[in-house]
Design a protein around this ligand. Structure first.
Ligand code: ADP
Length: 283
């Protein structure tokens, strides 16, 4: 299977002035395949955001190459196709809103690429339906909660019929309710076949993905399924990262009750394990 995104030996430095450069990405290579749900984690300053901006050509490498559907992100003529194939939802919900009515906001990108009126209406309807925001279509976005605004931003990317969405710390400004709403939408989109890449420092969010890439000092230090990654508790701590709180609680309970699984990473699994235990108690 051809990857949607391929990074080959990517290095990147921010140029501060003529003499000073801050080297951030160092020789990074990996591929993202259609239908994957990938979380990129790392502590503050490890290079996550810089990496995510390389995934659709917002930034281009100093050395090495990024390929999206086989097109090099340096190809100026392909920039538009690349951005359309891989959309981004950013951290601040307010900065992404451009129109005064929700449905106009979702249609904004489509207007820019000249999509016909009927087709536009159809795509906006579908996108608002997926993110469960249809009933808010005539509302001004500025009256919405943070989670609802992010869902409108996601609908805008969906309407462009992107193959892949990069969430760049897209839940970090939201309360736990808003975060849950956005996580549900991510899962739903992945279930319908979209490729999801989420850059996050919330381990509970990373636990929802099917694959985690850990970066440190601009290099990949781990790459694998969440259950494997979270077994490396000490190594993660050395990288200033924690396992999800659910895993920490499971470990404590397991030390007292050995039939309570220690191998839990998601909230739902934890709840199911507690329910199982309480049923056993009753029996
Ligand atoms: P993360 O998302 O993991 O917090 P970033 O990619 O934002 O990491 O930052 C990685 C490093 O690059 C940090 O040392 C940061 O200070 C530096 N950096 C980020 N953006 C810029 C910029 N626009 N100019 C100069 N340095 C930057």
């Amino acid at each position: 299977m051809e990857p949607i995104i391929r990074l080959d030996n990517v290095s990147f430095a921010y140029k501060i002035n003529e003499k000073t450069k801050v080297s951030v990405l160092k020789n990074i290579s990996f591929s993202i395949f259609p239908g994957e749900y990938v979380a990129i984690i790392g502590h503050n300053g490890s290079g996550k955001s810089t990496l995510s901006k390389h995934l659709n050509g917002i930034l281009t490498p100093d050395h090495g190459d990024v390929w999206v559907h086989g097109h090099n992100t340096r190809e100026m003529k392909k920039k538009r196709d690349i951005r359309r194939a891989v959309g981004t939802v950013f951290q601040h919900p307010d900065n992404q809103i451009v129109a005064t009515i929700v449905e106009e906001d979702v249609a904004f990108g489509l207007e820019n690429i000249g999509v016909a009126r009927e087709e536009m209406k159809k795509r906006v309807d579908e996108a608002l339906n997926v993110v469960k925001m249809s009933e808010f279509r005539h509302r001004p976005p500025h009256h919405l909660s943070g989670g609802q605004k992010q869902r409108v931003a996601i609908a805008g990317v969906l309407a462009m019929q992107s193959d892949c969405i990069v969430f760049d710390e897209a839940t970090s400004m939201l309360d736990s309710f808003g975060r849950k709403e956005v996580l549900q939408v991510m899962r739903k989109m992945n279930d319908i076949g979209m490729t999801i890449i989420t850059v996050t420092h919330h381990m509970s969010e990373a636990a929802e993905a099917d694959r985690i890439i850990v970066i440190e000092g601009g290099q990949i230090v781990m790459d694998g399924p969440p259950r494997e990654i979270f077994k490396h508790k000490q190594e993660l701590e050395n990288l200033q990262l924690e396992v999800p709180s659910v895993s920490q609680m499971a470990e404590v309970i397991h030390s007292q009750l050995t039939n309570f699984s220690r191998d839990l990473i998601q909230e739902e699994e934890f709840i199911a394990e507690v329910e199982k235990l309480s049923k056993e108690e009753v029996v």
